[in-house]
Write a protein that binds this ligand. Sequence first.
Ligand code: SF4
Length: 756
Amino acid sequence: MSTDQSAAGRDEKAARIRRLLETSGSTVGETVRPFNEGRYRRYEEMEETEAYREAAREIKADAIERLPDLLEQVEDVVTENGGTVYVADDAADARRYVREVVEAADAESVVKGKSMTTEEIDLNDDLETAGIDVWETDLAEFVLQIADDEPSHIASPAVHKSREEIAALFNEHFDLEEPLTTAEELTAFAREQLTDHVLEADVGITGANFVTADTGTLALVTNEGNARKSLTVPDTHVAVAGVEKIVPSIADLSPFFSLIGPAGAGQDITAYLSLLTPPLDEPVVRFDEPDDEAFDDSSDDRSFHLVLVDNGRFAMRDDDELRETLYCIRCGACANSCANFQQVGGHAFGGETYSGGIATGWEAGVHGADSVAEFNDLCTGCSRCVEACPVNIDIPWINTVVRDRLNQGADPDAFDHLVSGLTPDDEPTGLDRGKRLFGNFETLATFGSLTAPVSNHVANFGPARAALERVAGVDRRRELPRFRRETLVDWFQSREPTRIDEPVREAVLYPDVYTNHVQVERGKAAVRALEALGVRVRVPDVSSSGRAPLSQGMIDTATAHASAVSADLEGHLEQGRDVVVIEPSDLAMFRGEYERFLDADAYERIAEHSYELFEYVFGLLEGDGPGIEALAGPSEACAIGAPASPDLAYHSHCQQRTLGLEAYTTAVLERLGYDVVTSDVECCGMAGSFGYKSEYYELSMAVGETLKDQFTADETATRTVVASGTSCLEQLDSLLERSSVHPIQVIDPGLRSELD
Ligand code: SF4
């Protein structure tokens, strides 16, 4: 399989995304953003959020580890309780079993509670083909059933449908005396319809959020109570759940109940938490015999079937990289927190069944790579979902691994016309040319600097841009980075060394590829600021971090970069020097992914001694060295026109937020007398190469609109814009009419000499 995308394929994808942006995008955003904000609030309010998250993860990890034993335990206990357990190997097996149960019950109609697992196995179609009426009783699923539409969210399937659309749908579909308008009218109408279906149903089918191995109890977490009705009214109950839903004991449910409502929708707790140990003891209600005794005196008529679906899950369990997917409790927080998802929803950011950040893991596991290829790139690796996830799943890593596997499936017979010989990576022939180009940005940047300014002229020459767009998908509406002839390393090595006799610290300023080749001024400012604060600084030639190849799923290449960085820095670290990092995404590599790429000692050495620039400056200011007066403040910066105003509008990088480091920048700037307004936008939309890709350009700009709105509002419109990440700076330059700089540039002591 070739992963290379044709220009037509890119255009098609761009058109699909554009259509979603223009149609359902705003409804998705208006629905899921409040969920995300609510999740922040509830995580903050709950005193034990982190303890719950750790406990939840531990329970899931243990359950997946012991899954074969727990599965046997469930089979025994449910059988003892009077039910039947069927372990289905795959979707077809699960469908067949459920259909046979339904047919054995002589059922003409079934009602269903919301269940993504039944979506996964395409149960409805199968039952309907067998002549059985199937009714969804979850309101959102009911809406989708009427609309003949697909879920667009893992937990709230109709997030793409506005109230107006639902009203129009109901008014057209049903024969109504008066049109329905309000949410109350729509809900009341649906309830009436669904109650009739529940009363007529012969079989109730539900999912299960959790199944406890010690008691055979099903835990159902819902907001409508429909699942409870669906399983108590009919005498036959079929619960369909993935095998990963098993937890060891009923006592294990507590952290999940505490987390799932807050994580998914910012609720204190979901409206219904049902614990049922079927077959139920309650007698079957005889609605069709109202004059007789309302209740039968026994529950003997009830039958219960628990269908536990494998469908690739045991293979996921054996797969070190996909295994964590099985910890997922399907709360939807990763979708809600994702800037791209907020714009287009699960119809673009999803596969056959699952959507949002974790969809890659699920789809790869249960449906295979083909279901993932189309949407996997929508994860930009910003990692905002990781702290949203109640079980701490490293969702971006799963996305990266699957991307890498897709790359590995590249067509070995294809020939890379554009980049052959220019790409010192460890990736297969046939890899998408855009990916290869972006993944080898260091090579490109080195060549660009060596040949600047010619390289910049050529790259921005119209026909060259058109060719670049056609061949590698680099959108021509984006301004390309302008390479500097003199790199930061060149500048540092050629300048007169600064004499610091008694340094407070010794540090290496890490020359990330953008600072070294493009944003050289911020590197120079950083050197001057650190030296002014008493640090003996070195800027050695060090390999790029591997962030660029990693973002394209080129894991082998990223690993090679990590090893090179480790080797390049080893001597400095042994000498006790700190590593100061300007680019937050590189620091995130050092503290995060390098744990996977390096041996434990090498990882610890680099992770423990690397600091974000402003984190480091803040630490220096707290120490005994030179104080804040060593740095430039608003008066110096204003005097030379560097900032237009002493008031700043600051946007911090997504990875910087995930690392919990944004406050250091604000603290230093405020200590210097700057008035700082910080954006609360989590993602600028650029995300490295993402915003350059022609199929994603419009989505990238759409994500950036919120940031633009914030920085053009009355309160911020005249403020100087500062941002920590290269991508953010590039995106802000595209979004705003005024330019932006890295915050180190407004505290650069070098501004003073420019005044002299
Ligand atoms: S991966 Fe985490 S955040 Fe996403 S749906 Fe699963 S549990 Fe929720």
